[in-house]
Design a protein around this ligand. Structure first.
Ligand code: 13P
Length: 361
């Protein structure tokens, strides 16, 4: 590997590091609302609403106009590009509203997956024009970005090609983000789909993370200015042998300790289809294992919003109730990120599995 590269200038290093550290401040995590239009369309259909820009805006307005207390546990929000330009009913840009609440806005910059030709695996697209897009998002006020590469466990997958492709793509994305002043959230997502047990899940996660960090190093990514967004190590959704939160925590922390450099400031887990309550209990158990050198917190989409969707049901009169659900889940996960979650909070969709085969974000 070439050894004649430059580090980012000191000012940029400081800025990236400060942003990454602020996102994983103690007791805080990320609210992921970056569902693409197809993904949110399915959720809107579930509450009998048409998939229009106005209905997408109305739903997200409800989230962002929640009580100020939300920012006690939500440090950052991942947005879908369309949302960057949307406003409240009173004409305030969502971006400005979030910043006023001390919540850092970021954006999903990948353009979803396409098949790897002649295989059943995928690659994530979106590198074309990424630098220009990142520069524009930075100008609008975004301070970080997210890119997801899903990998499916099967009898012969993930293949070496799929792992190497995901690692390379994530490294290119991360280095482009940093060149434009955005903190890259690096998301290799080993999916919940499958009947594999927790041991297989741990092995795949370790191989994938080792490969991703080799690629980030080869591409001179400044690790102190990045965050990792991985799956937790769990048995596959269809595996009959279930694991306790303590077993999941132990396998997850072991996999991370073996592969993730200490220079990375924080790890923000995805929820991947776990129920709200399981996602919280697992995070809590993970944080009760004290030896981790990074902050370990949440970057949940479904596990922060399932109860919100259920309570809202597409009706204005339910907005207050739905906002309370969001606050409750944010507080529960804030406590779990400190290993201090004790009482199960009663959320309307708390125990409901959020797993859907081939889920679309
Ligand atoms: P889930 O928590 O629903 O898996 O979403 C994670 C994600 O990547 C969205 O940004």
């Amino acid at each position: 590997m070439p050894t004649f590269f430059s580090y980012p200038n000191l000012e940029l290093q400081e800025e990236l590091k400060r942003t990454a550290e602020a996102i994983v401040a103690p007791g805080k995590g990320i609210l992921a609302v970056d569902e693409n239009n197809e993904g949110i369309g399915k959720l809107l259909a579930g509450v009998d609403l048409e998939n229009t820009e106005e209905n997408r805006r109305r739903y997200r307005q409800m989230l962002f106009t929640s009580d100020e207390m939300l920012s006690n546990n939500i440090s950052a929000v991942i947005l879908f590009e369309e949302t960057l330009y949307q406003k409240t009913d009173d004409g305030i840009l969502f971006m400005d509203l979030l910043r006023k609440k001390n919540i850092i806005p970021g954006v999903k910059v990948d353009k979803d997956v396409v098949p790897l030709h002649l295989t059943e695996e995928y690659t994530t697209q979106g590198l074309d024009n990424l630098a220009e897009r990142c520069a524009a998002y930075k100008k609008l006020g975004c301070r970080f970005a997210k890119w997801r590469c899903p990998l499916k466990i099967g009898e012969r997958s993930p293949s070496v090609q799929a792992i190497e492709d995901a690692s390379h793509v994530l490294a290119r994305y991360a280095s482009i983000c940093q060149s434009e002043g955005l903190v890259p959230i690096v998301e290799p997502d080993v999916l919940l789909d499958g009947n594999h047990d927790i041991v297989r899940s741990q092995k795949v996660t370790e191989v994938v993370l080792a490969s991703v960090y080799k690629a980030l190093s080869d591409h001179h990514v400044f690790l102190e200015g990045t965050l990792l967004k991985p799956n937790m190590v769990t048995p596959g959704q269809q595996c009959v042998k279930r694991s306790t939160p303590e077993e999941i925590a132990s396998a997850t922390v072991t996999a991370l300790l073996r592969t993730v450099p200490v220079a990375v400031p924080g790890i923000t887990f995805l929820s991947g289809g776990l129920s709200e309550e399981d996602a919280t209990l697992n995070l809590n158990a993970i944080n009760q294992i004290s030896k981790a050198p990074w902050r370990l917190t949440f970057s949940y989409g479904r596990a922060l919003q399932a109860s919100v969707w259920k309570s809202w049901a597409g009706k204005d009169e339910n907005i207050g109730k739905a906002q309370k659900e969001l606050l409750q889940r944010a507080q529960a996960n804030g406590l779990a990120s400190l290993g201090k979650y004790v009482t199960a909070c009663i959320s309307s969709a708390g125990d409901m599995s959020n797993y859907r085969e081939n889920h679309i974000y």
